[in-house]
Write a protein that binds this ligand. Structure first.
Ligand SMILES: Nc1ncnc2c1ncn2[C@@H]1O[C@H](COP(=O)(O)OP(=O)(O)OP(=O)(O)O)[C@@H](O)[C@H]1O
Ligand SMILES: [Mg+2]
Length: 516
């Protein structure tokens, strides 16, 4: 190449190179093509970019033959004179910072325009490298931020999965957006793959869609948290049927703006908690009755003592009359004995009410439950409510002997029979059945089966509560079943009820046998 070939400033070439530099992202790899163009344009032996690396330089990109060494560049940089050099070296700078050098080894001396061209080129490459660094830095920052967001999301997912709650989120179209681990594995679990993206009605198809929709619409409309309990059966064990209680909380969520965009639904299994709570409140109420009883005991004991004394003196009077030859009706003595017996029982009941407050030891001895049934029926013969009622007994002769207190057990059976009679009115039969039980600690079973109207599912949990009664004032105190509950529990047994509206009721007392 000779000098006059470059006489006209290669403006077009510079414009072209500038355009390519501008569109390149400033990385050294992208500068390779530009170096080749420059090398061809100048007819140079070599055209190269070296970048600063600590105190020395390292070759980053080169076009042409390999003719320039680092030592040569270093010498050129150290010299102040530019004239007569074999190579042209230009610093690549960004602000005050040196980034490297652009080196050209022309085959012949360049005219002044050529020199200026290399200056311009160095400036353009510097700008491009600086821009490249910035792009690189931005990319790194973006990457770091992405990683941060991803790890934040992972953390949130982990927290949601770790919660001991079933949790899912639906959007305005009722489509599932989040479905946590517990919702996959818990009772009525459904896999996340199946749930995500589907509408909640397709997934929870066991619940009526209308009711479900209303629950969500209430939250969307009111913007308030809704909370309620539902009962559900498990499917995990093939629907073997144990019912669990879940507390459902539906929480409105706003993703952007004031519109509610999602609803979070949280389900918590509160079965154990509710059971414990019920037991606790039952025990608490029984204790409260005890305190109440302590108050009335005093009032009742005095009239009872009077009744007992009157009965006794009536008995003595009749003995006198008989001795005087007067014809005293035979039943009179029987009635007086009955009055005395019932007074004793009343005292016993009052005492037992007291025991709710201060549990006291009652005598426990082997009890023949069939005998308890007979004694109770004898007492009830005289009860007005049983005049019109059909009673039948199915007593198992092989029934094991129970361990307990026969007076208390008579009281239990009597309360159950009076309830059955009240429920039936004048129609139907009450059956008292005894049979050996199966489970350990429940070998003695006594049932009172009636043909009354039955008890609704909603009322069932309430009937053992003290003072819960559906009977008119003056007829029922609502204490009968709670006393039964207390007595049977004290005996180490259990009382349960099977009942449905229209199907009658069966109250079952299960007691441990005497040997155990
Ligand atoms: N066999 C039954 N059939 C239908 N409902 C019953 C039966 N036994 C009990 N109930 C219901 O349970 C409620 C509570 O019974 P509980 O024996 O505790 O009180 P009560 O009979 O109303 O009053 P009390 O026994 O103190 O005179 C009853 O009012 C009734 O509504
Ligand atoms: Mg009752």
């Amino acid at each position: 190449m000779n000098a006059h070939q470059l006489a006209a400033p290669p403006l077009a070439a510079i414009a072209d190179i500038a355009a390519r530099l501008a569109s390149a992202d400033g990385t050294v790899a992208n500068l390779q093509g530009i170096l080749s163009t420059v090398q061809a344009l100048l007819g140079a032996e070599e055209c190269a970019i070296w970048l600063d690396e600590g105190d020395s330089l390292s070759l980053a990109s080169r076009a042409g033959v390999e003719s320039i060494s680092m030592e040569e560049i270093q010498q050129a940089l150290d010299r102040s004179e530019r004239e007569g050099e074999r190579i042209i070296v230009r610093r690549l700078v960004s602000g005050n910072r040196s980034m490297g050098v652009l080196v050209v080894a022309p085959t012949a001396a360049l005219p002044s325009e050529g020199d200026a061209f290399v200056d311009t080129l160095a400036a353009l490459v510097s700008a491009s490298l600086a821009q490249g660094e910035q792009v690189q830095q931005l990319r790194a920052e973006l990457g770091a931020r992405d990683a941060q967001i991803a790890s934040q999301r992972k953390l949130t997912e982990h927290i949601i999965d770790a919660l001991p709650l079933g949790l899912y989120v639906i959007d305005r179209d009722y489509r599932v957006q989040v479905w946590n681990r517990n919702r996959e594995t818990g009772w009525q679990g459904i896999s996340r793959d199946k749930a995500l993206g589907r509408t909640i009605f397709e997934i929870l198809h066991r619940r009526p869609a209308e009711g479900l929709k209303k629950e969500f619409d209430d939250v969307f409309r009111s913007g308030r948290i809704q909370q309620f309990n539902i009962e559900a059966r498990a499917n995990a064990d093939g629907g073997s049927g144990r019912t669990r209680t879940f507390r459902i909380t539906k929480v409105p969520m706003r993703l952007a703006g004031s519109e509610i965009s999602h609803v979070i639904s949280i389900g918590e299994d509160v079965t154990d908690w509710t059971t414990a709570q019920n037991r606790f409140s039952q025990a608490e109420k029984l204790a409260a009755i005890g305190q109440l009883a302590a108050g009335v005991m005093h009032e009742i004991n005095n009239p009872l003592a009077t009744i007992a004394a009157c009965a006794e003196s009536l008995g003595l009077r009749m003995d006198d009359l008989r001795a005087a030859g007067v014809d005293v009706p035979r039943q009179a003595g029987e009635y007086l004995a009955l009055i005395d017996g019932e007074v004793q029982r009343c005292k016993g009941i009052a005492d037992r009410l007291l025991s709710f407050a201060r549990p006291q030891a009652v005598r426990r001895e082997p009890v023949d439950i069939n005998g308890v049934v007979d004694q109770t029926l004898f007492l009830l013969k005289h009860h007005a409510r049983f005049k019109a009622v059909q009673l039948s007994t199915i007593l198992d002769a092989t029934l094991p002997t129970a361990r307990g207190n026969s007076e208390q057990l008579i009281q239990v059976l009597m309360a159950l029979l009076i309830n059955a009679a009240d429920a039936m009115g004048e129609l139907g039969t009450i059956t008292i059945r005894t049979r050996p039980g199966v489970a350990a600690g429940e070998k003695v079973v006594m049932e009172v089966i009636d043909e009354g109207p039955g008890i609704s599912r909603a009322d069932l949990p309430k009937i053992f509560e003290p003072f819960y009664t559906t009977k008119p004032a003056g007829r029922g105190t609502g204490l009968g079943l709670s006393i039964c509950y207390g007595i049977v529990t004290e005996h180490g047994g259990r009382i349960e009820v099977d009942s449905a509206v229209g199907a009658g009721s069966t109250f079952r007392v299960l007691l441990p046998e005497a040997a155990a």
